[in-house]
Design a protein around this ligand. Structure first.
Ligand code: B3K
Ligand code: ZN
Length: 889
């Protein structure tokens, strides 16, 4: 009946300071969906009443986008045109009653929804993604997280096409309808914001299990998949049960509905979504099988299943007041899932992997043009703020609280938060306030972590006074300006420290001269750095120490200390902190790499630092319990991490230096690598157990060294490993090494056989795409173009885009940054296409182009030219926001 009036403005920012409580609240929401691919009818009955904090005169405004309004009625009375206002984004009623039942009927078109937000069709299956603002593409609604209602949802669909009809909560009624249709009604008794609404309908099959909660309630667990994937759900189910148990034991959190469902969907913008009682997952984050998924994929599934499950408390029971508070649920939930993974596997390896990722990718975000605080103060498109800063740095902030408080007190704070705010939509102040209340700590300065963007730098120096038996440790902090904030204030950082005796190689007892410092150390085991500069005096030391600083990476900062290479080699062997042992190795390798990068640039002959070789020899020949840590220690810093450390990134010098170190180590320690390879072969059937995973990573790291020099034995081992076809981890590792080598004679037929064998399995084809386009040889870009025309590729599927384009632009640095600019042009072409199809993915994939300031002038000019070319298009708010920031930066 009504068409929306067009609005032709530039996208405008939303500001945190403009927050106002809603004018109305919704006490109950009744929905009815009559599903049809291009013509779905949604009827909504909202039980509305004036919000107690709202002025009586405020109009009722409902969000709504891409909806075709058919009917609107208040308390049964149809409204006529003129009694409401409609534009492209909202429906307004100017003089609404204080309480009412508002009924609307709209038509939506799920089949043409390529943005994958709201209701869409994936492989013939209907599904939804509502966070953050997708529900407004389903019906008119106050689509904001501080409006929480109970929901009753009736889903109607064709019995043959859509035999399974799911929504949140419990099924309360089902039945047959005329014309071959059927329906199911679902009720969710827990009040929730619209972003947690979910609906799924399709030809799905399920695996079931049960979980008995700590209070003895039986919960039905279901994983719904397409029939061909029924054999790929076991690991996800096991992970779910482990998560439920862990959250009870670690945080005292129990599940609160009679059923918990997971659905696997092929077209999905992110990893998964924590909809109440009905989690929707990207199939890549749920399906595993030893023959199709690598160890990394198994571990990702375990982590994502846990993450979404943990949201049931940190996110769903206690939710965010507004989207500026996003890290309240995401940072805390990432922290919780990291703890779970650490407990299930190797804790130091989990920390090493998380910190590597943070230091490479989040630090880069924090120093680039899209830098923003963990709680931003404005945004144009909230979808652009599901970032590493909100998630990973947000988790680090929670980890710092845990360090400052100690686990027991932190857990009390968490209990208080969940109890006090259960069923509410709250702010970051509410969370930190609970932590301050239970600990008595003043956390006012700590709150700057949420408002100040950028990565702090700590310059440390130390002095040992033999006569007095004292060690003076001076820490200076500084946060460089970011694009959005020129002036920075000192932060409150927990610095976990050890002093390793140079004679004993053991940790010395820590006694601080200052009683307050000592009290802090006793409480959480950390030093509190609050000032710009602070000196901590350790007493009673009868041997000279080497400091081990920021143990476990206790704060997300860049730490500088003038370590000598021998000191690093010493810490590498002696530090009791697993993370810092690894970090000492990385620092040692970085010193060598810096020299080699300079040598490459100056055209001087490269010489390998023998101390690195000696350190690696010790690692390879000293028996160790934790093979997973050893595999990490043998892995050189990535090209992306090395680039982060350079003032101007020289991709070719970095690539050459890293390859030189790798090959030098392989030549010098060939027998040792071979021995490690042989000693870690597994005959037993594949299991995603911590022990087996550790052995496989160690073995495959050793193989990567052997293959770096492409000697006959290494090549033969890789070929045998590929042909043995024992499990996907080994097959993929071997195939990648072959494809990245110069041995096309072996790689090409292997690649062909693999591609034919797995043509029917999109998740395996994604691996096939990725491993080809990350090849360092100069034909990589041509391969990208060729593969974009492959029948298994589609720009409409986010997994395909990430596997092919994302892998090329993110992991193939030498080829993406080609000096003829063809890599940049390819990415810009893809962004321009995706801007029309899926703006959320377009605005993400563009990231490498936004980092132009980090490169030489010639590349800067090429990258900016591509950004300008994108800017000239008719842009979605998503891409508009990122491109504007990038070009302003
Ligand atoms: N909360 C979802 C994020 C969905 C955002 C989509 N734009 C996934 C997660 O963090 O668990
Ligand atoms: Zn999350």
């Amino acid at each position: 009946m009504s068409q929306a009036a067009p609005t032709n403005e530039k996208p405008q920012p939303t500001y945190l300071s403009d927050y106002q409580p809603p004018a109305f609240r919704v006490t109950h929401t009744e929905l009815k969906f009559d599903l049809d691919p291009s013509n779905t009818r949604v009827t909504a009955l909202l039980h509305l009443e004036r919000h107690p904090d709202s002025d009586p005169g405020r109009p009722l405004t409902l969000n709504g986008e891409k909806l075709s309004l058919q009917r609107i009625a208040i308390d049964g009375q149809e409204l006529q045109e003129g009694e409401y206002r409609l534009d492209e984004k909202s429906l307004t009623i100017d003089n609404p009653p204080e309480r009412m039942r508002l009924e609307t009927e709209v038509v939506v078109d799920p089949a043409s929804n390529t943005a994958l937000q709201g209701l869409y069709v994936s492989n013939g299956m209907f599904c939804t993604q509502c966070e953050a603002e997708g529900f407004r593409r389903i019906t008119f609604y106050p689509d904001r997280p501080d409006v929480m209602a109970t929901f009753a949802t009736t889903v109607i669909g064709d019995k043959t096409q859509l035999p399974v009809l799911l929504s949140n909560g419990n099924p309360v009624e089902r039945g047959e309808l005329p014309n071959g249709k059927h329906f199911v009604t679902w009720e969710d008794p827990h009040p929730k914001p619209s972003y947690l609404f979910a609906l799924v309908a399709g030809q799905l099959e399920k695996v079931e299990d049960h979980f008995t909660t700590m209070s003895g309630r039986e919960v039905l667990l279901q994983i719904w998949v397409e029939p061909q994937n029924l054999d790929k759900t076991e690991h996800a189910m096991r992970s779910l049960k482990a998560s439920m148990k862990w959250d009870e034991e670690t945080y005292g959190r129990e599940y609160d509905l009679d059923r918990f469902m997971i659905v696997a969907v092929d077209d999905f913008n992110m990893g998964a979504m924590e909809n109440k009682g009905l989690n929707i997952f990207n199939s890549a984050a749920v399906l595993t099988h030893p023959q199709t998924a690598t160890d990394a994929a198994f571990q990702r599934v375990e982590g994502v299943v846990a993450h979404e499950y943990f949201h049931n408390w940190s996110g769903n029971r206690v939710t965010c007041r507004d989207w500026f508070q996003l890290s309240l649920k995401e940072g805390f939930t990432v922290f919780r899932d990291q703890g779970f993974t650490a407990d299930m596997n190797s804790a130091p390896v989990k920390r090493i992997q998380d910190v590597s990722f943070l230091r490479t990718a989040q630090f880069a975000e924090d120093s680039g043009p899209t830098a923003h605080p963990v709680r931003p103060d404005h945004y144009i498109e909230i979808t652009n703020f599901y970032t590493l800063t909100i998630y990973e740095k947000g988790s680090e902030i929670v980890r710092m609280l845990r360090h400052l408080l100690g686990w027991e007190t932190f857990r009390k704070g968490s209990d208080l938060y969940f109890e006090r705010f259960d069923g509410q939509a709250v702010t970051i102040e509410d969370f930190v306030g609970c932590m301050a209340e239970v600990s008595g700590l003043d956390l006012d300065q700590f709150m700057r972590w949420y408002s100040q963007a950028g990565t702090p730098e700590i310059d440390a120096s130390g002095d040992y006074d033999y006569a007095k038996g004292e060690y003076h440790l001076t820490l200076r902090q500084r946060t460089p300006a970011t694009a959005d904030q020129p002036d920075k204030q000192p932060l409150h950082l927990p610095v976990k420290v050890g002093l390793v005796g140079t004679k004993s190689g053991e940790d010395l007892r820590l006694t601080l001269e200052d009683p307050e410092d000592q009290a802090n150390l006793d409480k959480g085991g950390v030093l509190h750095l609050r000032q710009e500069e602070q000196t901590f005096i350790f007493t009673g030391l009868d041997e000279a120490p080497i400091p081990s600083l920021l143990r476990g990476f206790s704060a997300p900062a860049k730490l500088r200390f003038p370590y000598g290479r021998d000191e690093l080699a010493f810490l590498l062997m002696h530090d009791v902190d697993g993370f810092n042992r690894w970090d000492a190795g990385q620092r040692l390798a970085m010193l060598a790499l810096d020299d080699l990068i300079a040598a490459h640039r100056n055209g001087v002959e490269k010489v390998m630092d023998s101390r690195v070789v000696d350190a690696f020899r010790s690692l390879l020949t000293t028996p160790t319990e934790d093979k997973a840590v050893l595999a990490e220690m043998l892995t050189l810093p990535s090209e992306a991490y090395i680039a982060e450390q350079q003032p101007v990134v020289d991709v070719d010098a970095i690539h050459a230096a890293r390859s030189f170190v790798k090959q030098s180590l392989a030549y010098a320690l060939r027998d040792e690598f071979l021995a490690i390879y042989q000693a870690n072969q597994i005959e037993a059937a594949y299991a995603p157990s911590a022990g087996q995973i550790a052995q496989r990573s160690l073995k495959n790291v050793a193989l990567s060294y052997l293959m770096s020099i492409e000697d006959e034995q290494g090549v033969a081992l890789a070929q045998q490993q590929f042909e043995a076809d024992h499990n996907m981890t080994d097959v993929r590792a071997a195939l990648t090494l072959l494809v990245h080598s110069s041995r096309g004679d072996i790689a090409d037929p292997a690649l062909k056989a693999f591609g034919e064998k797995w043509a029917h399995d999109p998740l395996v084809m994604d691996q096939w795409f990725s491993l080809q386009v990350t090849r360092p040889q100069s034909d990589a870009l041509d391969r990208v173009k060729y593969l974009m025309a492959h029948p298994a590729f589609s720009l409409k599927n986010p997994n395909r885009v990430r596997a092919l384009i994302g892998a090329f632009v993110g992991q193939n640095r030498v080829n993406f940054h080609r000096l003829d600019g063809e890599g940049y042009k390819l990415l810009a072409d893809v962004v321009i296409e995706l801007n029309k199809l899926n703006p959320e993915i377009a605005a993400r994939i563009i990231t490498p182009l936004t980092r132009w300031q980090r490169f030489d002038e010639q590349r800067q000019a090429l990258m900016k030219a591509e950004l300008e070319r994108i800017r000239a298009e008719d842009l979605s708010p998503n891409v508009y926001e990122v491109v504007e920031k990038a070009l302003a930066g």
